[in-house]
Design a protein around this ligand. Structure first.
Ligand code: PA5
Length: 448
C-alpha cells in the first residue's frame, strides 16, 4: 500500500543531500522537543494522541449524532471560524462531490451542508436562511473558547430560525454544540438549553482541532468514514514517530522549508490541481499561518488552485520577487476519468489528445508548471497522495500537523498561541460597547 510521501528531488537544485544533512541536527532536536513534550506550548500537544486514543464514548456519540442529522435533516449548517471551521470544510470538500449541495441527493447521500459564522455578513445569513427555506435542518455550533462573536451571532440567528420553525423543545434536539470544557458563553447556553455537547479538549490548540469533534462531526454528517480518517492519521503518526530522518516525510519537509526560509524564500505556495483539494489547502494555510507567524518569524503561507492560478499568479511566481517556493499536492489516482474522443475534421485542433485522459492532461500541466517554476528559481516540492480517500486524508492531516509543529520548534516559537488574533476582537468589542471594554483606546475612524 502506498502512503502520503514528501518528495524533494524536484528541488534538487536547491536541496541536496548535503543541505538535508546540515539540517538534520536542528530538525532532530525540534522533533525531540515535540516528542518529549518539553517545548513551548507543551500543554497543547493533545493532538498527538488523537489518532490512537480518541475518546471512544465521544466517538460513538459523534457517529450517532451524525446518523440522526442525516436522517432528520435536509440541510446541515456548520457554524465556526478559523480553526473551528477550516478543518471540517477541508475534509468534506476533499472527499465529497465537487457540486455537493446542488447535485441530486442520491449522489450526495447526505444533507446539504453550509457554513456560517465565518463572516459577519447580513447578506450571507439572509441568503442562507432563504436557501434553507421550509426544509428540515440542524446546526452544529463550533467554538473552542465559546466566546467568538462571529460564531455566537450566526448561531443566534440560526437558533431563532429553528425555534420559530420547531418550537423550543424540538429546536434543542437539532442544535449540536462543540466547545471547550471550560465555562464559556456557548457552554452556558448548551447547559441551560440541554443541547447535545461535544468537547474540544483543553490540551488541543484551536489550530489543531481537525481530528476532534470540531472536524469529525461535520465530516461524519457528510458521509465520510471518520474511522478511516483516524486510521490514516494513526499510520502517519507511526511514520512520523519512527522513521529515521532520511526517510521521514514530515521531518524532511520541515527541514527543507526551514533551509529555504533561511535563504530568503519566505513565501510558500501550496498548489493543488483538483478543485476538491482547495479547501484542504485553506486548512493548511490556517494551520501554518497561525502556528508559525510569530515573533517576526515564519514563512507566509499562500494557496494556488491550478490550473486557474497559473493565469493569476504564474507571472509573479516566475518573474516577480524571488521569495517564493512551492509545494504541490499530487493526488496520484483521482478516480473516474474522461477520455478525449476524435472529432471529424479536427475543428478545434485537439485531435492530438485523442485517447488521452483528462487526468493525464492535468498531470502534464502539473509537470510542465513544475518545470517552468524550477527553471525560474522557484524550488518545487511534491507531496504525493496515493488516492482520494478517507485514509489518505487522515495521513495528510497528521503529516502537516506534525511537520508544522517541528517547523515551529525549529523557529523556537510557541506553536499553539495566536495572541495577535485577539487584538482586532478587543477593538471591535470596544466599538460595539461590550461590557468590560469601555476603557480601550479607540482612535479608529468609524465607518458606520
Ligand atoms: O486556530 C485558532 O485557534 C483560531 O483560528 C480559532 O479557531 C478561532 O479564533 C475561533 O476560535 P474559537 O474556536 O475559540 O471560537
Amino acid at each position: 500500500m502506498e502512503h502520503v510521501c514528501f518528495e524533494y528531488t524536484t528541488a534538487r537544485k536547491y536541496i541536496g543531500e548535503e543541505v538535508l544533512l546540515a539540517q538534520k541536527k536542528v530538525t532532530e532536536k525540534a522533533k525531540g522537543v515535540l516528542l518529549t513534550r518539553s517545548g513551548k506550548g507543551c500543554d497543547y500537544l493533545g493532538w498527538l494522541d488523537l489518532p490512537e486514543s480518541y475518546n471512544k464514548e465521544e466517538f460513538v456519540r459523534i457517529q450517532r449524532a451524525a446518523n440522526r442529522i442525516r436522517g432528520n435533516s435536509k440541510v446541515f449548517v456548520v457554524i465556526g471560524i478559523g480553526g473551528s471551521y477550516v478543518g471540517a470544510r477541508a475534509g468534506i470538500e476533499f472527499l465529497g462531490h465537487n457540486f455537493f449541495n446542488s447535485v441530486d441527493e442520491k449522489y450526495r447521500n447526505s444533507p446539504e451542508i453550509y457554513f456560517a459564522g465565518n463572516n459577519i455578513s447580513a447578506s450571507y445569513l439572509n441568503d442562507l436562511l432563504q436557501t434553507i427555506g421550509e426544509r428540515d435542518f440542524s446546526i452544529n455550533i463550533i467554538s473552542k473558547s465559546g466566546e467568538t462573536l462571529e460564531i455566537l451571532l450566526a448561531a443566534r440567528v440560526l437558533k431563532n430560525a429553528l425555534v420559530a420553525k420547531y418550537g423550543k423543545k424540538e429546536a434543542a434536539r437539532r442544535i449540536y454544540v462543540t466547545t471547550g470544557k471550560q465555562e464559556n458563553a456557548l457552554r452556558k447556553m448548551a447547559m441551560a438549553e440541554d443541547l447535545e455537547t461535544f468537547v474540544i479538549p483543553d490540551e488541543v490548540g484551536g489550530n489543531y482541532t481537525i481530528l476532534t469533534a470540531a472536524g469529525l462531526l461535520p465530516m461524519a454528517v457528510s458521509g465520510i468514514n471518520i474511522e478511516e480518517v483516524l486510521k490514516g492519521a494513526e499510520k502517519m503518526h507511526e511514520h512520523c514517530y519512527e522513521a529515521p530522518y532520511e526517510q521521514n516525510s514530515a521531518m524532511l519537509y520541515a527541514a527543507a522549508r526551514n533551509y529555504l526560509a533561511e535563504n530568503g524564500k519566505n513565501i510558500e505556495i501550496l498548489s493543488t490541481y483538483e478543485p476538491y483539494a482547495e479547501r484542504l489547502a485553506e486548512w493548511w494555510k490556517q494551520l501554518f499561518g497561525e502556528t508559525e507567524g510569530k515573533e517576526k518569524k515564519g514563512i507566509f503561507p499562500a494557496c494556488a488552485s491550478m490550473t486557474n492560478d497559473i493565469y493569476t499568479l504564474g507571472q509573479f511566481i516566475q518573474d516577480g520577487a524571488r521569495i517564493i517556493f512551492e509545494t504541490v499536492i499530487n493526488i496520484k489516482y483521482t478516480g473516474r476519468d474522461i477520455f478525449c474522443k476524435a472529432e471529424a475534421g479536427n475543428p478545434d485542433d485537439l485531435n492530438y489528445l485523442v485517447g488521452k485522459s483528462v487526468s493525464y492532461i492535468n498531470k502534464c500541466a502539473m509537470e510542465g508548471t513544475n518545470l517552468s517554476h524550477t527553471d525560474c528559481d522557484v524550488p518545487v516540492f511534491i507531496i504525493d497522495v496515493p488516492e482520494r480517500s478517507a485514509f489518505a486524508l487522515g495521513e495528510l492531516i497528521f503529516f502537516f500537523e506534525f511537520s508544522c509543529a517541528i517547523s515551529s520548534y525549529i523557529l523556537d516559537i510557541n506553536p499553539f498561541t495566536q495572541p495577535r488574533v485577539e487584538d482586532h476582537k478587543k477593538n471591535m468589542f470596544a466599538l460595539l460597547g461590550k461590557p468590560g471594554f469601555e476603557n480601550r483606546r479607540i482612535d479608529m475612524e468609524k465607518r458606520l
